[in-house]
Design a protein around this ligand. Structure first.
Ligand code: SF4
Length: 359
């Protein structure tokens, strides 16, 4: 059972609201060289098509900042976050270019005067700042005090950055406390959520790639979300950022928090199976990946458990020997040969969607 969501402030990032009960948003980050405007724009488009609601872009130098400005102009509608480390000038350039949020840690930009300038610019544009504490980049003093990057050290770091902004009467703040260790991350978010009401951006950093990265992110984020902690999520995977967005939605939909697109329910197959469920499920999922409306499509290998699940789905398929039965909301529609199953299922889903969409 999910706990009630923690009450946080509501903060706007372009057209997306974060916190204060707004839907938990899914974000990702481009992995192209930001200076390559064309490639970066094309990756942003892929991310948006996959459902990414906020896109973060690294700004490592002035050339990247000027590329960011071009990207901003061409992608006017997409909430864009400029990710900056240490260099307050880059932050000012990104804000001037029209960033919807900047990620920067005020304690690392070289003094009060610089923080004041960045805060002034962010205030003028009405954009928030994300303080992003990473276990791997805590200050030497904190490491000396705590011995290693403990949750308490991460929280102390975040609070000191927060204080710098609050002293300048700036409260448009979002916080993240990421570690590659799931337990440390969870504890850090639990601790900070007891102390502040700023919205929290969740993520397990450097989770890795492949199945391990997906599982680590899913476990870490789900345990927090189930406690009502978290207002926006970013899954960090080594690999295609589009997968980060997909996994983000899979996590939210598994918890029943947000649904988007087609959820394929397919059986693991066993010795009773007489059709190629894996191939069928993969192909159907691919063919239906453009659908954003939440739907359940079941693909089951045999008539033992198959019809039960297939009946519960919006559109279902229960296999037999070289053929199968198609269901629509529990009713048998037709029998279909295995080799025509993908095509027929896709058509049935499209028909189903037409039937429910308001004309
Ligand atoms: Fe096996 Fe049939 Fe269950 Fe699939 S639905 S796992 S084929 S019993």
């Amino acid at each position: 059972m999910l706990m009630e969501r923690e009450k946080t402030r509501r903060i706007k990032v372009g057209k997306i609201e974060i916190g204060g009960g707004a839907p938990i948003s899914v974000q990702s980050m481009t992995k192209t060289d930001t200076r390559n405007v064309e490639k970066t724009i094309s990756q942003i488009k892929e991310l948006v098509t996959a459902g990414c609601e906020i896109v973060r872009i690294a700004i490592p130098d002035e050339e990247a900042a000027s590329a960011f400005s071009k990207i901003r102009r061409k992608m006017a509608d997409v909430p864009l976050v400029a990710d900056i480390h240490f260099n307050y000038r880059l932050a000012l350039l990104a804000i001037e270019a029209g960033a919807d949020k900047i990620r920067i840690n005020p304690g690392n930009i070289g003094g009060e005067e610089r923080v004041r300038e960045v805060v002034k610019a962010a205030k003028e544009r009405g954009i928030p700042i994300r303080i992003g504490v990473n276990a791997g980049s805590l200050s030497r003093e904190l490491l000396r005090k705590y011995g290693h990057p403990t949750p308490e050290a991460m929280v102390e770091s975040a609070l000191s950055h927060i204080r710098m902004l609050e002293d300048l009467d700036f409260r448009d703040i979002i916080i993240s406390l990421k570690s590659s260790d799931v337990e440390t991350t969870i504890r850090a978010y639990q601790l900070i959520s007891e102390q502040v009401d700023y919205p929290l951006h969740l993520g397990i950093t450097e989770a890795g790639g492949g199945l391990r990265g997906v599982v680590k992110s899913a476990v870490g984020l789900s345990l927090l979300l189930a406690q009502g902690i978290g207002d926006t999520i970013r899954v960090s995977l080594t690999g295609d950022p589009v997968d980060e967005v997909r996994v983000g939605y899979y996590i939210l939909s598994s918890l029943g928090i947000r649904k988007r697109g087609v959820e394929i329910i397919s059986c693991p197959t066993c010795g009773r199976c007489e059709i190629n469920v894996a191939k069928l499920a993969t192909e159907v999922e691919k063919r239906l990946s453009h659908i954003t409306f939440p739907l359940k499509v079941a693909i089951m290998g045999c008539v033992v458990n198959g019809p039960g699940e297939a009946r519960e789905a919006d559109v279902g398929f229960a296999g037999g020997k070289g053929e199968g039965i198609i269901f629509r909301r529990g009713e048998i529609i037709r029998k279909v040969k295995e080799k025509e199953a993908v095509e027929t299922l896709v058509k049935e889903v499209e028909k189903f969607l037409k039937g429910i969409s308001p004309s």
